[in-house]
Design a binder for this molecule. Structure first.
Ligand SMILES: C[S@@+](CC[C@H](N)C(=O)[O-])C[C@H]1O[C@@H](n2cnc3c(N)ncnc32)[C@H](O)[C@@H]1O
Length: 226
């Protein structure tokens, strides 16, 4: 079956090789690591792992990583990037994880829930496979932020995977699993119109500390499994 991201795999990582892409990646990873708090020796699952951007760093931190994704082409890139590393990759859908209950110390899922048909089922699956006391870190493009607006606009102008995305606000996410322990944090405090890295760094620093100006683009949801 052809998957949405199959055609993206070849060029997916190019963004991370641009100065702005690298800066954004750094900001987003900081939020995800703050939530996930990975530790050497832990077993962590990356749900919708894509080309393995997060997995590579988790391996460097001494974590035993399992990556799952529906796109064979994205998994192929992940396999190339993690060659020789102790990583387990599996092709499966995030709403049916082929693992026993309490198999992992933590789970991450970055910019994936925007593209799945049933995000609540995916969060419930992560909740099921993570042990009590573990953490689930999910990264979202903030639904009411300027980056979501820019992606929506782009998808109207020419073909983009974002034509298939749904963007979630903090309230949307809070209502997904209302009875569980959830902490929300934000990052990416500069506009998608900024093209120069120096300008991006200045805006990021200024806006992150100025509530009137703040309109963050990245939302990190952190569920603490009970
Ligand atoms: C925007 S990419 C993010 C990749 C990676 N998490 C990252 O941050 O670099 C979204 C990924 O989610 C995967 N995906 C979409 N729907 C999925 C599903 N139902 N189950 C598993 N993976 C899925 C796509 O194939 C794609 O690799």
């Amino acid at each position: 079956m052809h998957e949405l991201f199959d055609n993206q795999a070849e060029h997916y990582d190019e963004w991370y090789n641009t100065p702005i892409g690298r800066f954004i990646d750094e900001i987003e990873k900081q939020k995800i690591w703050q939530c996930l708090q990975p530790k050497a020796g832990q077993a962590i699952i990356d749900v919708g792992c894509g080309t393995g951007n997060y997995m590579v760093e988790l391996v460097r931190q001494g974590v035993a990583v399992t990556g799952v994704d529906v796109s064979r082409a994205m998994l192929r890139r992940a396999s190339e990037k993690t060659k020789g590393m102790p990583v387990r990759l599996m092709e499966c859908s995030a709403d049916h994880l082929p693992f026993d209950d309490n198999s992992f110390d933590g789970a991450l899922c970055v910019t994936v829930l925007e593209f799945v048909s049933d995000p609540i089922a995916v969060i419930e699956e992560m909740y099921r496979v993570v042990k009590p006391g573990g953490r689930i870190a999910a990264g979202f493009i903030a639904g009411d932020g300027p980056w979501a607006q820019a992606y929506k606009k782009k998808a109207q102008q020419h073909y983009s995977v974002f034509a298939h995305a749904r963007f979630f606000t903090e309230n949307d996410i809070k209502s997904m699993l209302p009875a569980v322990n959830l902490q929300i944090s934000y990052g990416l405090y500069f506009s998608p119109d900024v093209t120069d890295i120096e300008e991006a760094i200045t805006e990021e620093t200024r806006n992150a500390y100025d509530n009137d100006m703040a309109c963050p683009g990245f939302l990190c949801a952190c569920w603490l499994v009970e």
